[in-house]
Write a protein of this length. Structure first.
Length: 296
């Protein structure tokens, strides 16, 4: 391929020819007007022709400038289009998954390599957050959500049971004294998610409607709540399945057998369109991975 000299100068010339204004050209190119002027001067000296004629009020292309501009405008548009296409294809290969940091650390991250081995062309981008995404307004392909399976604008498929039960550290329990009945939770520090609803539901289910839980500490990140109870700061509702290691090691203890039902982790995607190939591949993989894990 023949060498094409002064490519930056040619690109600058095309943009300047489009606007007939060095300041506007500089804004598009993200350079200074003097840099645009320098590139045009360099190109004119190389071609040994004037490309622009300037008056006190306007700037025009010379005949030579017009011929060069019309010859270069479409090719440069084609180059820009080709670059965009390559970037879009690459972007389409990126899979954007929103999920809670706790689920990412405790369950998904250790298994994600299994997905990548089978789908190495898909770049997985984990977006950590504690709220459900707005699929219609955000660049999210799918989300792993905790709740009861209903979110506006989303289709959801159950993955892992997320029943909740009170847990705390042995040190907290030793200091708190005997907690034998749900009513004994009164006066202790409740550690909450973003609201009091799960605790209120569990207490009502346990027949302890008189126990007030609308106080305590609020942490929207389960990792922070877990660290708080490990440090003996209070009692939280935890998912026994995802706290197996802590419960088996004895760093956490269950206070009661009663679990709050209906909660689970779900894989969700926009309800207004079918999942594309990469999203469908992830949904299929994580569904099978979760099913196998729950059966163990």
């Amino acid at each position: 391929m023949a060498y094409i000299p002064l490519m930056n100068a040619l690109k600058t010339f095309v943009v300047a020819g489009k606007y007939l204004n060095f300041t506007k050209a500089a804004e598009e190119l993200l350079v200074s007007p003097s840099a645009v002027s320098h590139q045009i001067k360099t190109l004119e000296e190389y071609l040994e022709v004037r490309l622009f004629s300037r008056t006190s009020r306007s700037m025009l292309l010379t005949d030579e400038g017009y011929r060069l501009y019309t010859s270069l405008d479409e090719p440069f548009k084609a180059i820009a289009s080709a670059v965009r296409n390559v970037m879009e294809v690459k972007q389409q290969a990126n899979l954007h998954i929103a999920l809670r940091p706790f689920f990412s650390v405790s369950w998904l991250a250790p298994r994600l390599k299994n997905f990548w081995v089978k789908n190495s062309e898909i770049q997985v981008d984990l977006i950590h957050r504690n709220s459900a995404p707005d699929f219609s307004a955000e660049n999210i392909d799918a989300a792993i959500l905790w709740g009861k399976g209903e979110w506006p604008g989303a289709e959801a498929q159950r993955l892992i049971p997320g029943e909740l039960t009170p847990v705390c550290s042995p040190a907290f329990l030793q200091e708190a004294g005997r907690i034998l009945h749900p009513e004994d939770l009164a006066g202790h520090t409740f550690i909450h998610d973003t609201d009091y609803a799960p605790w209120r539901e569990w207490l009502d289910l346990a027949g302890a409607e008189q126990v007030r839980c609308e106080s305590g500490l609020i942490f929207d990140d389960t990792n922070v709540r877990l660290q708080a109870i490990l440090n003996g700061q209070g009692i939280m509702l935890g998912c026994p399945l995802l706290l197996q290691r802590e419960l088996q090691e004895g760093s956490l203890v269950r206070l009661f057998d009663l679990e709050l039902p209906d909660y689970a982790y779900y894989i969700a995607w926009p309800d207004y369109k079918e999942p594309d190939r990469k999203t469908a591949a992830f949904i299929d993989w994580i569904s099978k991975e979760a099913e196998q894990w729950v059966k163990q």
